[in-house]
Design a protein around this ligand. Structure first.
Ligand code: PHE
Ligand code: FE
Length: 304
């Protein structure tokens, strides 16, 4: 995350630098967005080709969900609406509001962390309004509407997870004041984006980065390469992650209640302890397993 502009929660009409030092500005028209970075979804401007890309992405992911995605995700995914057209944010918000009090709001793309946290703390989830290009069908560098909607929104229908996301937003605003956003970002990465959950039927994915990915869904749950260890807040806050390939490590929760409870205490002493540990021992590399950690077994998934 960049030092300066990622902290600025106010849109000045130009693309913010949100990752790295910004050799390439984010896509999206920030001049259209309000000062809180939200913008109207101009649904009439999606082309038939863009609706078709959505339809094909949705169909490809939907057919691989059984046995790989958690039940909470599978039972909620239909709430996104008809799978053959890009949904209207208003329609999804109406259903979501009834279920958990969340709404989705359009944004032009990646937004600075402070603006992001402020929206989550108000139960407003920002969804990028543009669709990837056909040549990005398998891999898109920045989150687009498909990742944000299909990956993130179904679990917002689950009360425990919805509660966690709001708490994360409030915790993010606080982390900004404590200069701890980097530590908190690792928590987001390894839960909201790439989390696995243990169930009586075996491991399942709940992270949006996995659920919206064509290849990583099966890989994360069934492949023998990646390491899978139990969720541990402090361990996770000092673990490096990969942004340009499948994860080398996944952290496994028992339930969304566990996730919420483990993250409910005040993080002020947690941040101090983790900082001291990093100063002493450094970060844990992606793909490393510590001496006292037990790896989860994977079972061969059906149909692979
Ligand atoms: N309990 C955290 C704090 O005091 C807030 C938080 C909750 C952060 C849930 C992340 C997820 O800072
Ligand atoms: Fe995401």
């Amino acid at each position: 995350m960049s030092e300066v502009s990622a902290r600025t929660g106010i849109n000045l009409g130009v693309a913010p630098v949100t990752y790295g030092t910004g050799d390439r500005p984010p896509r999206g028209n920030y001049a259209r967005a309000r000062s809180d970075y939200t913008c109207e979804q101009d649904h009439s401007t999606y082309t038939e080709a863009e609706h078709d890309t959505y339809r094909r992405l949705y169909a490809r992911q939907l057919q691989q969900l059984p046995g790989l995605a958690c039940d909470e995700f599978i039972s909620a995914v239909r709430q996104l609406g008809a799978p053959d057209r890009i949904p209207r944010f208003e329609d999804v918000s109406e259903r979501l509001m009834k279920a958990t009090g969340w709404q989705i709001v359009g944004v032009p793309g990646l937004i600075p962390e402070e603006a992001f946290f402020a929206l989550l703390a108000e139960r407003r989830f920002p969804v990028t309004d543009w669709m990837r290009k056909p040549e990005e069908f398998d891999y898109v560098v920045e989150p687009d509407i498909f990742h944000d909607l299909f990956g993130h929104v179904p679990l917002l229908f689950n009360p425990a997870f919805a509660h966690y996301m709001q708490a994360y937003g409030a915790g993010g605003l606080k982390a900004g004041r404590l200069d701890a956003c980097e530590l908190l970002a690792r928590l987001y990465w390894y839960t909201v984006e790439f989390g696995l959950i243990d169930t009586p039927e075996g491991l399942r994915a709940y992270g949006a980065g996995i659920l919206s990915s064509a290849g990583e869904l099966r890989h994360s749950v069934t492949a023998s390469g990646p390491r899978r260890v139990a969720f541990d807040l402090r361990r996770l806050m000092r673990s490096r992650y990969r942004i340009d390939s499948y994860q080398a490590s996944y952290f496994v929760i028992d339930s969304f209640e566990q996730l919420f409870e483990a993250t409910a205490p005040d993080f002020t002493p947690v941040y101090a302890a983790v900082r001291a540990r990093i100063a002493a021992d450094g970060l844990v590399e992606a793909g490393a397993v510590l001496a006292d950690e037990r790896e989860f077994e994977v079972r061969a998934a059906q149909g692979s």
